[in-house]
Structures are given as C-alpha cells and as structure tokens.
Ligand binder design. Structure first.
Ligand code: SF4
Length: 111
C-alpha cells in the first residue's frame, strides 16, 4: 500500500468511537489504544503518524510519548512504512504484537 494512499482510514477500527477519545492524556491514551490492537490498518496508521510527525494522540496503538521516543531514537528513518516491515527486528516485532508494546523500555535499552 502506498504511503500516499489514504483509503486505509475507511477501514479503521476507531471509526465507531468518538475521535476525541484518541486525544486524551497519558493514561487515557493507554486505555483507548486497545482498540488499535485489532485494527486492520494499524501499521498504515502508525506509519502515517511517524512520517508526518503527528505529535498528539494515539496512532497505530502508540501513544504520543512512544512515537516521540521512536522518532528521537531513529532520526535517520524517512519512510516508516518500510521500517515497520523490517523482519528479524525485535523492536518491530514488539510494535506488531497485538498488545501494548513496551516501546519506551526497548528504545532506552537500545540507546
Ligand atoms: S490503529 Fe488505532 S488510531 Fe489508527 S486507525 Fe486503527 S484504531 Fe484508529
């Protein structure tokens, strides 16, 4: 799927919820993101948020804090869609898991 292809949004699992719920603070983001773990377009959503540097809310099952940590850790990445397809990468596998990923701990350990 092309990064420019926005049709993925029509298949988003969050179309049935109030969008404001994705833009709460801290714990609210961690709670609501459970909807993302069964979303069929989760990686497209996450790639778009990382590529555009979206600073607020839950995208692709990651909180804004987790996405900031990824962007800081990998400033050289210019195509997050490709990066998220990497195989044999523990961090990518963690992100793909259908549960809350332990991004902050892993990014700190990899620094
Ligand atoms: S991953 Fe989460 S925020 Fe993104 S489209 Fe799916 S449900 Fe919505």
């Amino acid at each position: 799927m092309s990064v420019d292809d926005q049709t993925w949004a029509t298949r988003a699992a969050c179309t049935a919820i109030d969008p404001d719920r994705l833009f709460g603070k801290g714990a609210e983001q961690r709670d609501i993101r459970s909807v993302c773990f069964s979303c069929p377009v989760r990686m497209e959503c996450l790639a778009e948020a990382l590529n555009s540097g979206s600073s607020f809310g839950v995208w692709g099952g990651l909180t804004e804090r987790e996405r900031r940590a990824l962007l800081r850790r990998f400033p050289e990445v210019d195509d997050w869609g490709l990066w998220l397809q990497r195989e044999d990468d523990d961090l990518v596998a963690e992100i793909h898991a259908r549960r809350a990923p332990r991004i902050l701990t892993r990014v700190r350990c990899a620094s």
